[in-house]
Write a protein that binds this ligand. Sequence first.
Ligand code: NAD
Length: 505
Amino acid sequence: MAQKAAKIGKIRSVTNWINGACRDAASDRWADVFDSATGEKCAEVVMSSAADVDAALQAASAALPGWSRTPVLRRARIMFKLKELIERDRAEIAALITQEHGKVLHDADGSIQRGLEVVEFACGIPHLLKGEYNDQVGTGVDTYSMRQPVGVCVGITPFNFPAMVPLWMFPLAISCGNTFILKPSEKDPSCALKWAELLTEAGLPPGVFNVVQGDHVAVNSLLSDARVSAVSFVGSTPVAEHVYKTASENGKRVQALGGAKNHLVVMPDADMDQAADALVGAGYGSAGERCMAISAIVAVGDSAEPLLEKLLPRIEKLKIGNGLNNDNDMGPLITAEHRDKVRSYIDIGEEEGAKVLVDGRTHEITDSPGYFLGPTLFDHASRDMRVYQEEIFGPVLTMIRVDTFDEAIQLVNDHEYGNGTAIFTRDGDAAREFANGIQVGMVGVNVPIPVPLAFHSFGGWKRSLFGDMSIYGPEGVRFYTRLKTVTSRWPTGIRAGADFSMPTM
Ligand code: NAD
């Protein structure tokens, strides 16, 4: 990696990327970044000031006129090259994710793959930006529409997907002709510089893509600056609400994706082996630090006992340890503070009266001293409990038992979050009714994590998304462009003389 971010193994100094190069920041505030599997400091990252944000905005604003007029095929070719470079370096990127975030290497690699698919989608940008045309909408009059870039765009991203979530944003923003400033999570900031380096190697002109490291100080400077046209945010719901409100009050286009509590409904006729496999993967993969993780099990009718019979031995067998060992299923949590917060939820659930069937607090991790917590399973939870209502964002599954399918639907619909959900059943009618009636943005039928592929769009409902448009895919193209419609008439029409009444075609 570039000058300031040395190889894994040393303590990196992670700074900003502005106008085509790593820059020393004006700010003298720094934060430590930890290897979550060992608990050792592996990097430090600058907490940018308003002056640093201003430098990035100057670069992005200066690059905008040239980049937005660059022919779309040339912009697409940068994406083709970026795809090649990500494929070349994906092992290095996966190791960086594993070190700073903690997820197991194969999982880190999978997240790169899902991000890469957005780059592949962006390679087709000439086709995606094709407008519409009608000739002879009136005598000698034609109308056509085009989608033009919105301007300087900002992306603010969470810790749990340091590679994938930025890739949900900048490939489309840039290929649509915008310039971009990424403000990554301060907990795992190094990937952002890797994107900057690869884009530069791919031939992107300076200033089109910039990185500002930091915390709420940098975010709030970006949200209030008139040079920013659009803001994509992904993170927790309270911050998403703040970003949505502030940025929209300041006249920006905003999409703010927030937190989740994703239910997996198990019908009595489900294939219980399939449901149990789905639950361990979707509940404990990435240590539950996924916005599409399953965190609530809804056992319908008499499905709970046969499900538990299959689920408990699978939880028992989970291998937990350093993510650099690809044989492990689950790595550590991101920080000691977050691990303690998740552990405190297990205390809360127990006090609230949920039955602790598997207790992650007692799990011994032998191969690494970092921020580990074993998997937890609660049974007999009820809808008023905090462990059911709140997003825990850790390896904790909470089971609620209900009598009927209708009760299951009601439960999911009553929850404040609506990111993802799934039903496991063999019954087509139940599945169809579920998909149609559920108040959730992304639905799986016998698929536990229904993250749409890059040529569809990703987004939740209710308090999981603030704004009108989902992220990436066709909705992403709409978000990063605005519509212009041209109505034209050529000289013979003008020779007919001036017309002073309202045109009616
Ligand atoms: P977070 O909200 O703490 O941080 C997200 C970003 O906002 C970071 O860049 C952070 O620096 C910045 N930020 C934090 N506090 C801020 C403040 N007060 N003012 C301005 N900016 C602030 O989220 P996180 O802990 O990094 O990530 C986990 C959360 O993200 C979970 O809630 C998870 O569900 C959610 N998430 C949602 C999706 C989705 O697609 N809906 C995807 C991934 C993660």
